[in-house]
Design a protein around this ligand. Structure first.
Ligand code: CTP
Length: 400
């Protein structure tokens, strides 16, 4: 079988050195990689490195090997183009359709999925010019993953770091697995809640639940690979950040509600995968609750938490917004699920049958996705990413 052809574009940022690791991962996993650096990037990593690691000649401009018409051929024959790091300048040139070097020519001739992994200083990432360029690229179907937050060049920290090469590799793998189809969530903003809330009793104790957050994280990773801008509101998961998503960390149901409503204001899709506590302690003890000799413990009074899913579905920050809920049921799964779907007012409800094999924290899941329009999609026992992709398969046509 022919190896999948990947073009690795490298633009002129310090993070170019991390692209060597991405290249290694791609070649070692059986991809035929052609590296196309920009002239500026050669200040950071030289052409000899790219050539030796990829086993292909390397050029930055269109005037080498002209008889092979590289400015057209490289893009035309690619199964995937990934640009890592993508600088502000490269994003601007790509958004405006410039063709002033081999990489921008390649971007114009490529008909396969294109992934940009931006890396730059926070100010540059937040500049309205860059915001617009990113929005333009996403609207046209490119996968632009969100930069990570952390140490930047010099002493600064903030948003703008190139995500870990291993994670960019995983995004590439998922995009390639979907074939030549354009990423169907490109240009969409997706909000996902994940994990389980903790409702504090005192400074050391809380009421919590067993949700691991793995299903929500699988939804985030797959949505990134399908081109969405992803806001992941996570509660107490302790899981490593999925690359390419914006992460908002919360603890309690009240904080989760605030974060979800804020992010939902401009969202195309809201998925409530988090296990939200229905009740919280009526009172929070500022000091640790102590046991008293000879006394029975005082009962814990609880109050209701707001139903965030019902609120999001009832409000619909945008009329065409799609709202997806989750439900864990033990008996009368479908009947209870249908009733819950109606009660919560969401478009889709992923109903998990809770059983012995399907415990919280597992890597796999089995579910039925119920739709408000009567649809019923069974998802067989399998990886949580497979269920996540089924959810997006059902969301995507409803967005159109
Ligand atoms: N949910 C929510 N806010 C809550 C409780 C739940 O947004 N306070 C959301 C969950 O994120 C999930 C869905 O509602 O998407 C279903 O939660 P579930 O606990 O199954 O439903 P309940 O309304 O609590 O119904 P019941 O406990 O009666 O089964």
């Amino acid at each position: 079988m022919e190896k999948p052809k990947v073009v690795l574009g490298v633009s002129g940022g310090i993070a170019a050195y991390k692209a060597c690791e991405l290249l290694r991962r791609l070649t070692e996993s059986g991809h035929d990689v052609r590296v196309v650096p920009t002239e500026a990037s050669l200040h950071f990593v030289g052409a000899a490195t790219w050539s030796a690691l990829s086993g292909h000649p390397v050029s930055t401009e269109v005037w080498n090997d002209v008889h092979e018409v590289p400015h057209v051929r490289i893009g035309q024959h690619a199964d995937l183009v990934v640009v890592a790091p993508a600088t502000a300048d490269l994003l601007a040139r790509a958004a405006h359709g410039l063709a002033d070097d081999l990489l921008t020519n390649t971007l114009l001739t490529a008909r396969c999925p294109v992934v940009f992994a931006p890396a730059m200083h926070t100010e540059m990432w937040e500049h309205p010019a860059t915001r617009e360029n990113v929005a333009t690229l996403r609207r046209r179907g490119a996968v632009v993953i969100e930069p990570a937050v952390g140490r930047l060049t010099g002493v600064d920290t903030g948003k703008g770091r190139l995500p870990d090469p291993g994670e960019i590799f995983e995004v590439c793998r998922r995009v390639l697995a979907r074939g030549p189809a354009a990423p169907d969530l490109a240009g969409r903003h997706v909000v996902i809640s994940a994990g389980g809330t903790r409702e504090p009793l005192d400074p050391v104790r809380y009421l919590g639940n067993r949700s691991s957050g793995k299903q929500g994280y699988a939804l985030a990773r797959t949505a990134v690979a399908r081109g969405a801008r992803v806001t992941l509101v996570e509660a107490n998961t302790g899981l490593p950040d999925p690359s390419g998503a914006d992460i908002v960390r919360v603890g309690t149901a009240t904080q989760l509600r605030e974060a979800v409503l804020k992010a939902a204001a401009d969202a195309d899709v809201v998925v409530m995968a988090a296990a939200v506590a229905d009740f919280r302690p009526a009172e929070y003890a500022a000091g640790k609750i102590k046991k008293k000799d000879g006394q029975e413990p005082a009962p814990i009074a609880l109050v209701r938490n707001p139903d965030i899913l019902a609120e999001v579905a009832g409000r619909r920050a945008r009329p065409e917004q799609i709202v997806v809920g989750f439900a864990a049921e033990t008996d009368n799964v479908l009947a209870n699920g249908r009733e819950k779907l109606r009660r919560k007012g969401c478009d889709l409800l992923v109903v998990n049958e809770v059983g012995e094999r399907r415990t919280f924290g597992a890597e796999e899941n089995e579910a039925v996705v119920l739709a408000a329009d009567g649809g019923e999609t069974p998802v067989p026992f399998g990886p949580k990413e497979a269920l996540a992709d089924t959810v997006w398969d059902l969301v995507s046509p409803r967005l159109a």
